[in-house]
Design a protein around this ligand. Structure first.
Ligand code: AOF
Ligand code: ZN
Length: 375
């Protein structure tokens, strides 16, 4: 049997389902699985919050005896390894499903192709690569961390009608409206970590959490690029560091084991800032804050698969210039900033080459354009 439009419809549903647990299954991918019998969904599941159980075993449990002769739709190749749970391929074989339809093959070296091989050896018909581009996008964080040893990076910018992202010396300036802000909250909720530069952390005093009622627990880890530990102890970030983690990325040169000397502040100043930040629950990581190509693998090692860069202009430029942005979300608002504006590092007319325009949506008066590089 070959792949039919029905297969694509069920896979689209499985992909949509999988997105519900994005940002909540680290370091496991959020996978969606449907069990379909005679054209009807009889079991459906997502990788559980926390990463286990995997999607397939839960969907099969729901379908029960109805799995026999059914088709399983899975967004990622079923696992073949004995990890923290037994292999899903074995569970599928034991359930008696007749066919397994897969979107993306698993780059995990413990699985990669073996899951499919196990199913075929057991006489199950397997079709892989169904809605693959869409499937890959839904697994972007997992795939990027597995294959590039860094998180998938989204750069979000909100630009005024006159090309500004804020006003000098004024802290947070409203550029987008409530609908767009709600959308950004949803994006934060599906992302592992969010990053800003120290300039933004000081001038805007942002919280960087998810405030959508009921989703507060899905706030990302908050990261500040802060070479000299300038994050104020009175900032909202520091004040809430015990509820939602804050990581300050400071220069290696100022680490307690780093070399002496250099520019002000003095070593004892730095030492007391470090002690105070740590006492407030902030974690300090010593890593060159101006080299995302070094920082990002360090974040991947900590299990961070997706990163949202939210500002400011300098930090956005740094990530763009090092070619470490995978997706750009550019909001354009009708607001005019005028005098004293901070120029956007990016406008719709100068999106870097290599990015494809993947969609436009309106949120109230604001227009969101999305651009992605190949995964
Ligand atoms: C699946 N279905 O829903 C997910 C899979 O540590 P473990 O034992 O949980 O294994 C983690 C690996 O399992 C992960 O790297 C990926 O290969 C796979 N994730 N596999 O069959 C799922 N989440
Ligand atoms: Zn599995």
């Amino acid at each position: 049997m070959s792949v039919t439009p029905h297969d694509e419809s069920f896979m689209a549903a499985a992909i949509r389902l999988s997105r519900r647990h994005l940002g909540r299954t680290a370091t496991n991918p959020s996978v969606g699985c449907l069990i379909v019998k005679d054209g009807v969904v009889v079991g459906q599941a997502i990788t559980a919050v926390g990463g286990r159980p995997h999607a397939e075993t839960q969907a099969l449990a729901e379908a029960g005896e109805l799995s026999r002769g059914a088709t399983a739709y899975v967004t990622l190749e079923p696992c073949s390894h004995h990890g923290k749970t037994p292999p899903c391929s074995e569970a599928l074989i034991a359930s008696g499903v007749a066919r397994v339809v897969i979107s993306v093959t698993d780059p995990d070296p413990r699985v990669s192709g073996r899951g499919i091989a196990m199913l075929r050896e057991a006489g199950i018909e397997v079709d892989a690569g169904v809605l693959e581009a869409k499937g890959r996008r839904s697994l972007a964080g997992y795939l990027t961390r597995q294959t590039k040893n860094r998180p998938y990076v989204t750069l979000k910018l909100a630009v005024s009608a006159d090309g500004m992202i804020g006003r000098e010396g004024e802290g947070q300036v409203a550029i987008t409206g409530p609908e767009a802000r709600a959308e950004v909250q949803a994006l934060r909720a599906e992302t592992d970590a969010i990053l800003v530069g120290i300039g933004t952390a000081i001038s805007d005093d942002p919280l960087l959490t998810v405030r959508t009622p009921g989703l507060e627990a899905q706030s990302p880890i908050r990261i500040v690029l802060d070479p000299l530990l300038a994050l104020p102890l009175t900032s909202k970030l520091v004040a809430t560091a015990r509820e939602v983690p804050v990581i300050v990325v400071a220069s290696e040169e100022i680490s307690p084991s780093g070399s002496e000397g250099g520019a002000p502040p003095t070593r004892s100043d730095l030492e007391s800032r470090r002690t105070a930040l740590e006492a407030a629950g902030v974690e300090i990581v010593y890593c060159n804050p101006y080299h995302p190509e070094i920082l990002l693998p360090a974040l991947a090692t900590r299990g961070i698969s997706s990163l949202l860069v939210e500002g400011g202009a300098k930090t956005a430029r740094l990530f763009l210039e090092t070619g470490l942005v995978d997706r750009i979300q550019l909001y354009q608002a009708p607001v005019v900033i005028g005098e004293g504006g901070i120029e956007s590092p990016l406008e719709i007319t100068d999106i870097p080459s290599g990015f494809a325009h993947t969609g436009t949506q309106m949120f109230g008066e604001d227009r969101l354009d999305e651009y992605e590089r190949g995964l």
